[in-house]
Design a protein around this ligand. Structure first.
Ligand code: ATP
Length: 354
């Protein structure tokens, strides 16, 4: 995508801010962000349902910006099932292959593979009309996955109508199917768990802007933007307004060592630290005194809700770890991030550009 941007009306706001991005052939991507951030707009620009107001879409060196969806060789799966009720499950899956011109033996082999992957073999001869919403959506997924040689498979919140218990199973199946088939997959969701399970690269969006593209681990370890820090993780990253002089920040008038000399960065400054990267100790020197308000015991971990001066601070302790008396919070410097006006400041000396 070369300098793509989109406005739905000439003088309206950008639904998609200018962006340039290369999508790796065979990659599994999730577009993740809150409602209205531009995920569907971006997906529809890739599929050809929306023509961007600026920029070019290029597939393998070929400019497809103005080609309709049917000339882009992409498979699409939508929120709600698209199936032919009067056909059997197998016939529904076979249909896209007939259009592709595959011979009978090839079609049968391919349909059998996809039925097996989606655990629908037992229902192959059932009419689609007699199936529940879950199974119908599985067929929709199958119709997207069955196509051979598609440039990409695009999925727009495909698990919305699926029963919560089955969602876990289908996410895992999708991941497996992607690994076996190797299609480029682009998956729209507003659910972080879904994005992190299904994709190997997550594209985090907010207000028409791509804030960060990274593996789930990268988004967790090094959020490029405060929104990514708070949106990913449960609870999300703690953000503490601070001032900075060299290698020390001051939070609520208490010094916090930063582990690197940041000089005096401009902008509104915040320290970011995930609940997983804070320890509680009993009155240790160099710690930040906190008051514990509440502890949620989730079995394998405990979430401590504390106050640091006038600020809330979430801390995750492992199962069985006790909250000490008169606790102080100790931050793991390796996972301490500085943000200026919401954007991560690269750690001086250790990193190039963020
Ligand atoms: P959701 O998760 O709710 O589907 P989204 O992240 O997919 O949201 P988009 O549907 O791409 O977001 O919408 C991005 C912006 O563009 C929103 O402000 C939306 O109101 C606007 N928009 C979307 N489609 C149209 C349209 N056909 N005409 C005008 N504005 C639109």
């Amino acid at each position: 995508m070369d300098n793509i941007a989109h406005r739905y009306t000439q003088d309206g706001a950008h639904a998609l801010q200018p962006m340039t991005m290369e999508w790796r052939d065979g990659g599994a991507y999730a577009l993740l962000g809150p409602s209205g951030c531009g995920k569907t707009t971006l997906l529809n620009i890739i599929s050809g349902l929306v023509a961007p107001s600026d920029g070019r879409v290029v597939f393998d060196g070929r400019d497809v910006t103005h080609l309709p969806p049917q000339e882009r060789n992409i498979a699409q799966v939508f929120q709600f099932p698209v199936v032919y009720d009067s056909m059997t499950v197998a016939e529904n899956l076979e249909f896209p292959l007939r259009n592709q011109g595959l011979d009978t033996a090839q079609r049968r082999r391919r349909v059998a593979e996809v039925l097996e992957l989606l655990e629908l073999t037992h229902a192959a001869r059932h009419k689609a009309r007699n199936l529940g919403a879950d199974s119908k959506q599985k067929i929709s997924l199958g119709r997207g996955l069955v196509r051979t040689g598609a440039n990409a498979i695009l999925l727009d919140e495909p698990l919305t109508v699926i029963d919560p218990a089955l969602k876990w199973e289908l996410r895992a199946q999708l991941k497996k199917v992607h690994q076996q088939i190797g299609h480029t997959m682009i998956y729209v969701t507003h659910d972080q768990t879904e994005a992190l399970t299904v994709a190997d690269q997550v594209v985090v969006m907010l207000e028409g802007r791509v804030l960060q593209v990274g593996t789930p681990q990268e988004l967790f370890d090094r959020p490029a933007h405060t929104f990514v820090g708070t949106f990913i993780g449960s609870p999300g990253m703690n953000l503490l307004p601070c001032t900075v002089g060299g290698s020390t920040a001051r939070v609520e008038d208490t010094p916090v060592p930063l582990g690197a000399d940041y000089g005096s960065p401009p902008g509104a400054l915040e320290l970011g630290i995930r609940p997983e990267h804070i320890r509680l100790a009993a009155g240790a020197a160099g710690g930040l005194p906190v008051t514990v308000r509440k502890v949620d015991d989730l079995g394998r971990e405990q979430i401590v809700h504390a106050r640091l001066g006038s600020r809330d601070l979430a801390i995750i302790l492992r199962e069985g770890e006790a909250v000490p008396d008169n606790p102080v919070a100790l931050f793991d410097t390796d996972y301490l991030h500085l943000y200026a006006d919401g954007v991560r400041v690269p750690r001086p000396g250790a990193e190039g550009t963020p």
